[in-house]
Write a protein that binds this ligand. Structure first.
Ligand code: ATP
Length: 623
């Protein structure tokens, strides 16, 4: 997969929309029923108006039409009054029905928008770590904010309005055809012109709106990365280059937005013509037909009113089509997350490379009663012929075999890109191997539930995230049931004396308006979490590399407290860490090429010996 997240195709969007309708079908059906009733109530007014015209015409001379009764002038006035009252009554009924249809529609829209938001959040959280790390930050941010907001603000208004407008138009056209087929044909011509213009627009709108949204994402990405890298930008005097990148992104956003605007201007003019022409047509044709005596004046009036009635829903529909294009492009981007397979925490039975024996024993087995993953028996970590590739690319681990003895210190060294960090992720259960197995106590590490995994193996990296929350909440992440005494003990063990001086103690807010946490303190919080999680094995990947030397020494002291009594696998980017380890695994091109103690490897004169001499200088020979 490329860096960008996928975008859902038309068919997937259609399926998702139908799924939303099905999810709330009673409410949707209720809204449609109310819309039909409102449209039917709206038909009565023009028909009765035609009746008034015919009654008045009949009183003046021969003729007939809907509602006509004949009789003297007093009768005609009474008849007109009766019809006028009925028109008012039906107008009120239509308004009430429309109000409830709109209410049901808004409710449907809000509930649907809430479901879409929740699903997006679930899917974002389920993104495999490897995908989440590679996705441009701006793309995910734009999908989770502007795209979702577009869908959520459009749905409650536009979906019901569109449905109601479609129903009204269909009902009105049926009414005109029933009134008079010739006049009905003109009404249909109105719809056909409208349909043609919309079709022309829809063929071009999706790519144009997708391009506009992609440009918007790219702009967000440039802005986010410029803000995140502000210090680097300042240090390297890159402000000019970043400004150029922002200007280019703004220009692209403007260009793509103008392209959608051009489409809209053509559509609006074409549709305007599509319903003005039939209106003039119906007046001309109506006059001719009335002259010939084939239709009453009342029928012509009613048909003209019906055609006029098409304008309102057609306007709504036109506006909705425009908004829906924009929203459906946004929805396609939100739904695009569906095609990313969620991070899989495989059960022992379905691990690639198998190993799951029917009896549940063996390196890949370990299913407990009822199919749930078994509790690991022992702390031994075994990597057996592990292969791994990021995003279906080429293998970056190619048949790694390794047995880590409980309590040992193992250093993993090797050139950049050898696969050290990747092996660390597999050992900590963050990613499962593509084939082969990585087990702890006979159970696949990546198959363990998070709370169990935390007690087995933990990865400690240079990224120490402190959440904008209380110190207690930040620490309890690792051990939700920990007591205050345990939290204090963990802080003390990592030398976090500052925590005892916080005004609100464990309830002090960190970050934002609360206590400002510096890099060393963040590291201590992270190490205190490790103590609280209490895993038997730690995988350290450059845990202190980013801190300044003074802080690093303090952090290393804290780290020593954390490491005490645990198995440690240290991804060693500096060889002195390796020198102190019980054993050293040398990695190259995704394989372990050497494994042994420092002295044995130096004596063997292989790759490690060469790295050691190159790094340490000849004076270190034989050390
Ligand atoms: N998230 C990722 N997506 C795709 N490829 C990745 C990802 N992370 C690492 N790689 C690739 O996998 C290979 C192994 O990377 P890895 O980080 O495991 O090596 P390393 O030995 O730890 O290197 P370094 O010492 O530079 O950190 C490299 O070719 C790297 O480009």
């Amino acid at each position: 997969m490329s860096g960008a997240l996928p975008i859902a195709g038309r068919a997937e969007v259609r399926r998702a929309v139908l799924g939303e309708v099905r999810a709330d079908k009673t409410l949707f059906a209720g809204m449609m029923l109310l819309a039909v009733l409102a449209a039917a109530a709206g038909l009565v007014g023009p028909w009765l108006l035609g009746g008034i015209v015919d009654a008045v015409q009949r009183a003046a001379g021969p003729g007939g039409g809907p509602g006509g009764t004949g009789g003297g002038p007093a009768d005609v006035v009474a008849e007109v009054d009766r019809l006028a009252l009925l028109i008012v009554a039906f107008t009120v009924v239509q308004a009430v029905l429309l109000r409830y249809a709109a209410y049901a529609g808004a409710k449907f829209g809000e509930r649907t928008a809430a479901r879409i938001r929740e699903r997006f959040l679930d899917r974002t959280l389920a993104l495999p770590p490897a995908v989440a790390e590679r996705v441009p930050a701006g793309d995910l941010v734009a999908r989770g904010t502007t795209d979702i907001a577009t869908v959520a603000t459009t749905l409650p208004g536009v979906v019901p309005d569109t449905a109601i407008a479609l129903v009204q138009m269909a009902v009105v056209v049926v009414a005109i055809v029933a009134l008079d087929p010739v006049l009905g044909a003109l009404g249909l011509a109105c719809l056909a012109g409208f349909g043609l213009a919309t079709r022309w627009y829809l063929g071009r709108a999706r790519p144009a709106y997708l391009a506009a949204r992609a440009a918007n994402s790219a702009l967000a990405d440039v802005l986010v990365t410029s803000a995140e890298g502000a210090r680097t930008v300042d240090a390297l005097a890159l402000a000019g280059r970043r400004t150029e990148a922002v200007e280019a992104a703004v220009a692209e956003t403007r260009r793509t937005s103008l392209a959608t605007l051009r489409l809209r201007t053509v559509l609006f003019s074409a549709v305007e013509a599509a319903y003005v022409l039939p209106l003039s047509g119906i007046l001309v044709a109506g006059a001719v037909l009335h002259e010939r005596g084939s239709v009453s004046l009342g029928t012509v009036v009613a048909a003209t009113m019906y055609i006029r009635q098409l304008v309102g829903p057609a306007d709504v529909l036109l506006w909705s089509v425009e908004l829906l294009q924009n929203a459906s492009a946004a929805f396609a981007r939100v739904e695009g997350l569906t095609s990313v397979p969620p991070a899989k925490r495989p059960e022992p039975a379905d691990r690639p490379g198998g190993g799951a024996r029917p009896d549940g024993a063996g390196p890949g087995g370990g299913a407990g009663p009822g199919g749930s993953p078994a509790e690991p028996s022992g702390d031994r970590i075994v990597v057996d012929q592990a292969f791994f590739a990021y995003d279906f690319g080429t293998d970056v681990l190619r048949g790694v075999d390794l047995v880590i003895r409980p309590g040992e210190r193992l250093a993993v060294v090797g050139p950049s890109g050898a696969g050290k960090s990747t092996l660390g992720r597999l050992l900590a259960g963050i990613d499962p191997p593509r084939s082969g197995t990585v087990t702890v106590g006979g159970v696949p590490v990546a198959g363990l539930a998070p709370d169990r995994l935390r007690r087995q193996v933990l990865l400690v990296t240079q990224e120490q995230h402190v959440f904008q929350d209380s110190l207690r909440a930040n620490l309890s992440l690792a051990a939700p049931a920990a007591t205050d005494a345990q939290l204090h003990a963990a802080l003390e063990a990592v030398g976090a004396d500052w925590a005892a001086r916080l005004p609100g103690g464990l309830d002090t807010g960190l970050g934002g308006p609360g206590h400002r946490v510096d890099g060393a303190q963040a590291q201590q919080i992270s190490l205190a979490r490790v103590i609280l999680a209490d895993p038997h094995t730690l995988v350290l990947d450059e845990a202190t590399a980013l801190l300044d030397p003074t802080a690093a020494r303090a952090a290393e002291r804290a780290l020593a407290a954390v490491l005490h009594g645990r198995t440690v696998i240290a991804i060693a980017h500096r060889l002195h860490t390796a020198h102190d380890a019980d054993r050293i695994a040398v990695m190259d091109h995704g394989r372990i090429t050497e494994l042994g103690t420092h002295d044995a490897l130096v004596a063997a004169g292989g790759g490690y010996a060469r790295l050691w001499h190159a790094w340490h200088g000849d004076s270190a020979r034989g050390s």
